[in-house]
Design a binder for this molecule. Structure first.
Ligand SMILES: Cc1cc2nc3c(=O)[nH]c(=O)nc-3n(C[C@H](O)[C@H](O)[C@H](O)COP(=O)(O)O)c2cc1C
Length: 137
């Protein structure tokens, strides 16, 4: 019997040290380098940069994900790295992406400009998000 190798997945959030001018460009450069290393390690995943915070999912062999996290945790471009969830998963969720990336403009675009007719739940979620923005402003 051929057994599929286990997929190990990890989700963390951190606080950005790149939230000034030039931060977006620095993150894009970092993503370009990260894609090469992830591809060579067989790691896939996604990164969201929301100016003040990063959220990242990494998935691959346990060894590869651990090796990457050792680099990522000591990276001075962010701080307070908090692993939210980690463990084996049945299958990769980002198998087409060495590192899918969404920065602030893309995030706002997807949040505000739905590309199809949306249900009332979407409007409720948007209003709830706007209330949180207003409270934080
Ligand atoms: C938020 C954030 C996410 C990162 N994600 C990755 C990644 O997915 N893959 C990667 O190779 N490097 C990533 N890096 C860069 C690594 O921290 C590190 O600089 C790079 O892998 C080189 O490793 P080294 O410093 O051990 O040589 C990320 C850095 C930050 C700040």
């Amino acid at each position: 019997m051929i057994r599929k190798p286990m997929v190990y997945a990890l989700l963390y959030v951190s606080q950005s040290n790149l939230d000034g001018p030039g931060g977006l460009g620095a993150v894009k450069d970092m993503v370009a380098a990260a894609r090469l290393r992830n591809a060579s390690l067989g790691v896939t995943g996604a990164l969201i940069f929301a100016e003040s915070h990063f959220v990242q999912v990494l998935e691959g062999s346990r060894e590869a994900v651990d090796e990457l996290m050792r680099s990522i945790e000591r990276d001075a471009r962010h701080r307070d790295v908090r692993i939210v969830r980690e463990g084996a998963v049945a299958a990769r969720r980002f198998s087409g992406w060495s590192l899918a990336y969404a920065g602030p403009p893309a995030l706002l675009g997807t949040l505000l400009l739905p590309d199809r007719e949306q249900d009332g739940e979407w409007a409720d979620r948007l209003i709830a998000t706007m209330i949180r923005f207003a409270a934080a402003a």
